[in-house]
Design a protein around this ligand. Structure first.
Ligand SMILES: [Zn+2]
Ligand SMILES: [Zn+2]
Length: 341
């Protein structure tokens, strides 16, 4: 197995359940862009064989003797992290994603129990410490909650960190897996939401998701009209691009937060930041506490992701479609198809 090979079935071991562990029968797993980047070794450092998947939904099938938060049968989720040091400043601040000693990824992380690397959610079961297991609301469409654990929290965390509230004008740049959740959350938080996209064809969909207006970024006249009008920009564009036209949209003292592009960007003009004391920031998923808050909010406001369900046998085809941006907006694998195969 290497970066060129398609995904194929594989037998893997899960550790025996320890005192504070929860063993989960996996029902659904979303397909994140990171899965594909990892399988293809786009970021380097992929360990093979690779079992991706960090948008995991399932039911508790076994608990360790010291587990207090969960019981057998509970509907639970596991996102991008399964462990962290728990003693550094970031961990103490409930920001495990920024663990200074390196949080453990749900896949391709260092497996301290079995050695080697961690295996993710394209799998029948997983064993995770309860501190990294999330409670999933039962009242919303279960399979459509899976992408909340990556795409959801990635957009929720910056909206909360920058305190987006009723009346704020928020621009969401890019309409994909991340962008569609950014629009839903910003709308639910009471903001006036503007979808900023290159393609006119996405207007109707953006409005259905909760955008109040659509701004076509290729339309220079429209971009000029919106200059210095936004309180916050959530930039979900996943590839190298030019930030300068977007910086012009920010009001004085406001921020554009990047959550998509984990790669070099085009040159940025310092003058655009200096004139108006503007900020460019970044944000990575969210901590466990904040992820639970997001899930609870989704339960209360009936927010889920827009998904297409597939069988595991179609995962390679789904990867092709994700790479061609041919999905509204996230694939979720029904793990029944793996168990019955
Ligand atoms: Zn992801
Ligand atoms: Zn830490």
């Amino acid at each position: 197995m290497d970066s060129k090979a398609p995904l194929t079935p594989l037998n893997i071991a899960r550790r025996a359940v320890k005192d504070t562990d929860v063993k989960i029968d996996i029902l659904y797993c979303g397909i994140s862009h990171s899965d594909i980047h990892t399988v293809h070794n786009d970021w380097g450092g992929t360990k093979y064989p690779s079992v991706p998947g960090h948008e995991i939904i399932g039911r508790v099938m076994e608990t360790g003797s010291g587990v207090s938060k969960f019981k057998v049968g509970d509907l639970v989720g596991v996102g991008c992290l399964v462990d962290s040091c728990r003693t550094c400043d970031s961990c103490k601040d409930n920001l495990e994603q920024y663990c200074e000693n390196g949080a453990v990824g749900t896949y391709n992380g260092k497996d301290k129990d079995l050695g080697g690397h961690t295996f993710g959610g394209y799998s029948e079961t997983i064993v995770v410490e309860e501190a990294f297991v999330l409670r999933i609301p039962e009242n919303i469409d279960i399979k459509a909650t899976a992408p909340l654990l990556c795409a959801g929290i990635t957009t929720w965390s910056p909206l909360r960190h920058w305190n987006i509230k009723k009346g704020d004008k928020v621009g969401v740049i890019g309409l994909g897996g991340l962008g569609h959740m950014g629009v839903k959350f910003a709308n639910a938080l009471g903001a006036h939401v503007v979808m900023i996209t290159t393609s006119e064809s996405k207007s109707a969909d953006a409005k259905k998701l909760g955008a109040h207006e659509v701004l076509i970024s290729k339309d220079t006249a429209a971009m000029k009209q919106y200059s210095r009008s936004f309180d916050f920009l959530l930039n979900t564009v996943p590839v190298k691009h030019d930030l300068n036209p977007y910086i012009r949209l920010l009001k004085r003292d406001t921020t554009m937060c990047l959550v998509g592009a984990i790669e070099p960007l085009e040159d940025m003009h310092g003058g655009l930041l200096i004139t108006g004391r503007k900020n460019i920031a970044g944000s990575l998923i969210g901590g466990i506490k904040e992820t639970q808050e997001m899930l609870d909010f989704c339960g209360e406001h009936n927010i889920v992701c827009d998904i297409e369900t597939i069988n595991i046998q179609d995962v390679n085809k789904a990867y092709e479609r994700v790479m061609n941006a041919d999905i509204k907006y996230r694939f979720v694998i029904d793990m029944k198809s793996l168990k019955e195969s």
